[in-house]
Design a protein around this ligand. Structure first.
Ligand code: ASP
Length: 430
């Protein structure tokens, strides 16, 4: 096996589209045994899968003809060519993905997990420089893209805000993009105008990643969100096909939900419930596009009604910076996603997500902090997943994904066993 046991098994389950329970039955082992094989290697409960099981799983996947299909897609060229944007190795929109290519990217993200968890290091991007150009507020996206690039051995140069950039002197997107291309090997760009990152991308041949273009898209966020949903569902024994997804909050200006609904639409038979205050509903074109894929889409202004029976609750912040205050009418306290409403409307295995930041100020009516010790709250597992997914994006766009496995070395320092003070509660949830 050239990849780790965890990557191998997760990939097999995704390709066979089987839940953990069904997969365990299919390969004739106890669910508990399978769970221990799926844990990260450093974990206490981790067990090595017998060689005979690994051969059997390979055989099943081959028999299903899925490996052949995979080989065919591999023959059709590297992933970066198949997801290219206007022929370039750039990531502007989730529209660039199919279900197969997105799952291929996640296989690479799984391979990055030992690096993201500080067990291994890699230098496959040694010498490469990333330009992080953020013309709008950011903490997570900017730092996690930077950290992802560094963890692959590259270096990062940052610029933040308009005030300190030459754009404040009237420089065009074209000029900025061309100039930066002479300095760095890849760029991540965030800009307040929809379509602006594509303009940057057209002015250069180096890889560009859209880190959020106004109310347009946020593709890397949607990719890490989908990766989180699939990982959580694998633990819970659920399949994404047929699931009930509730998107809550500012669905009009929230770019994360715009990208996420399109990406989720690559799966089958989903039920979407879109819960927003009046005036902040999901744009019509996205409703039409989702409906065309054969999914059920319901819209409501009632949180309680919309959350009933959801498998995933994806809450979002009101994007106040993008609209006038009068549109906020209807965003009342009964819009707050908190423990009481989740206990009332949802089951014990619902997962609660949010792209963050959440507005924790008094009267903000965003996702409540009273769920912080509740295992259903997946927001920090979600942010943690930003690293392997963004590493996978860089590895693919720069064409080094095939070098990662053999580049891995053990870390030389001793990271804490849990990075967050509350993380032990979630130990071994994989
Ligand atoms: N961080 C996300 C974004 O940049 C969500 C938000 O800001 O509300 O779109």
């Amino acid at each position: 096996m050239t990849v780790s046991q965890q990557v191998f098994l997760r990939d097999a389950m995704r390709r066979l589209n089987l839940t953990r329970d069904v997969f365990a039955v299919r390969i004739g082992v106890k669910r508990r045994a399978l769970d221990t094989w799926l844990l990260p290697e450093g974990s206490q409960e981790f067990r090595t899968m017998p060689e005979v099981v690994s051969r059997f799983v390979t055989e099943i996947v081959e028999n299903e003809g899925l490996l052949q299909k995979y080989a065919q897609s591999a023959q059709s060229g590297p992933l970066r060519d198949r997801i290219a944007f206007e022929g370039k190795h750039q990531l502007l929109s989730v529209d660039q993905f199919t279900r197969e290519s997105v799952e291929e990217l996640f296989r690479i993200a799984d391979q990055m997990q030992p690096i993201a968890r500080r067990q291994k290091v890699s230098r496959v991007l040694e010498g490469a420089v990333l330009g992080n150009l953020f013309f709008e507020a950011s903490t997570r996206t900017r730092v996690s893209f930077g950290a992802a690039f560094c963890r692959l051995g590259g270096s990062v140069c940052d610029t933040t805000g308009f005030t300190f950039s030459s754009m404040a002197k009237g420089e065009s997107i074209y000029d900025t993009s061309r100039v930066m291309s002479g300095y760095v090997d890849a760029m991540v760009i965030r800009h307040p105008e929809k379509g602006s990152v594509a303009e940057f991308a057209r002015a250069t041949n180096i890889p560009v990643v859209n880190g959020g273009d106004g109310p347009g898209e946020h593709p890397s966020q949607a990719l890490l969100d989908l990766y989180t949903i699939l990982t959580e569902f694998s633990r819970l024994g659920k399949l994404l096909d047929g699931a009930h997804i509730a998107l809550v909050g500012d669905l009009k200006y929230g770019r994360t939900v715009h990208s996420l609904i399109k990406l989720l639409a690559l799966y089958r038979g989903l039920k979407f419930t879109l819960i927003s205050p009046r005036g902040l509903e999901m744009p019509e074109y996205l409703l039409e596009q989702t409906g065309k894929h054969g999914h059920t889409v319901n819209q409501t202004n009632s949180l309680e009604e919309g959350l009933a029976g959801a498998d995933v609750i994806y809450a979002t912040r009101v994007q106040k910076e993008r609209f006038a205050a009068e549109e906020l009418e209807g965003y009342t306290p009964d819009f707050q996603v908190n423990k009481a409403i989740i206990d009332k409307c949802c089951g014990p295995d619902v997962i609660v997500m949010h792209p963050l930041p959440r507005d924790s100020r008094e009267g903000a009516n965003d996702l409540s902090v009273d769920l912080n010790h509740d295992t259903r709250l997946a927001i920090f597992r979600q942010t943690d997943n930003g690293i392997p997914v963004r590493m996978a994006i860089f590895a693919v766009l720069l064409g080094v994904e095939g070098l990662v496995q053999h580049s891995l070395r053990d870390v030389t320092w001793s990271p804490p066993s849990h990075v967050g003070p509350d993380d032990s509660v979630f130990q071994d949830m994989d």
